[in-house]
Design a binder for this molecule. Structure first.
Ligand SMILES: Cc1cc2nc3c(=O)[nH]c(=O)nc-3n(C[C@H](O)[C@H](O)[C@H](O)COP(=O)(O)O)c2cc1C
Ligand code: SF4
Ligand code: SF4
Length: 269
């Protein structure tokens, strides 16, 4: 079977999830596809789409071994109605732990048939010029693997007549899930005098946590530490301040320097 429509739906503050999903879609051989990028809050506030016998690629970053909470909250409002789902998690070269299982369970509960899954590596959100963690990933090699994964999914689809012919994919992870992100607001960004007030950080923020009228001010209670604002700043005026996140970045750069490779999983029919 070749589903007529393909949709990509993802949360991707620093873009790595979106890039990998697009490459998988290219490997699948579709000339065009719908993209629903739920990173911005105004998109997540709109009614969630209902899919009907589509092929849907669902992607999100791993935060503390779980799916980023804003993504899960939104995915929990989708309607799958028997659509086939490809699940993709992006992680920063540490571990993805229970994130893929969590995504599979959410997708199944919402009526999708998850039949393929991939864990890909993206530059860690906390990586900067001082502490390099999976710097510049996904790179060419990762993208080739994403493309080939898309091709393999296409080959599997060619062997089946309907989604009912597929046994959902087995993925790693444990339930009950690990705890995930601890709650707690604190400031972890310094804004230097290099800021020229362009506002790009505020436009990149998935939580509207940067004051539109004062780009030096972050609303800590809304911030999810995604670092989209830091990576979006053309002046490199937003930097990690001394504290737990900077310490974590140092620890990750020292302990997770060894390159990990994407892992993919396919259902049987
Ligand atoms: C708050 C937070 C927690 C994270 N936790 C993990 C983790 O548990 N394991 C890991 O390998 N990477 C972790 N990362 C890194 C992201 O998963 C990784 O950078 C991913 O590529 C980001 O996706 P995006 O570019 O689509 O936003 C974390 C990032 C943030 C911001
Ligand atoms: S993106 Fe950088 S330069 Fe632009 S307003 Fe934000 S901090 Fe200032
Ligand atoms: S202010 Fe916080 S939530 Fe907003 S982009 Fe920056 S790190 Fe992410």
């Amino acid at each position: 079977m070749k589903p007529e429509n393909i949709s990509l739906i993802y949360f991707s503050p620093t873009s790595t999830t979106g890039i990998v999903l697009e490459e998988i879609a290219r490997g699948l051989g579709y000339e065009s596809y719908d993209v629903i990028d739920i990173t911005r809050p105004e998109i997540r506030n709109q009614p969630a789409p209902k899919f009907d016998n589509n092929l849907v690629l669902i992607g999100a970053p791993v935060y503390a071994g779980r799916i980023a909470k804003d993504a899960v909250d939104y995915f929990n409002t989708l309607t799958g109605a028997g659509s086939l789902a490809v699940l993709v998690v992006l992680y920063g070269n540490r571990e993805f732990e229970d994130a893929m299982l969590e995504l599979k369970n959410v997708a199944s509960e919402r009526g999708f048939v998850p039949f393929a899954a991939g864990a890909f590596i993206g530059e860690h959100s906390f990586s900067d010029n001082e502490f390099l963690i999976a710097k510049n990933r996904p790179d060419e090699d990762d993208l080739e693997k994403a493309f080939l994964f898309g091709k393999k999914i296409g080959d599997l689809l060619n062997t089946i007549e309907t989604p009912m012919d597929i046994i959902p994919v087995e993925v790693p992870g444990n339930f009950p899930y690990r705890d995930g992100m601890a709650n707690g607001a604190f400031s972890f960004i310094n804004v230097t005098d290099d800021c020229d007030d362009c506002g790009l950080c505020a436009s990149a923020c998935p939580k509207n946590a940067i004051d539109e009228s004062n780009h030096y001010s972050t609303i800590d209670a809304k911030c999810i530490f995604c670092c989209a604002c830091i990576k979006a700043c053309p002046q490199q005026a937003r930097i990690l301040k001394d504290g737990p996140i900077k310490k974590k970045a140092k620890w990750l750069s020292e302990n997770y320097a060894q390159r990990k490779e994407p892992q993919t999983y396919l259902a049987t029919n």
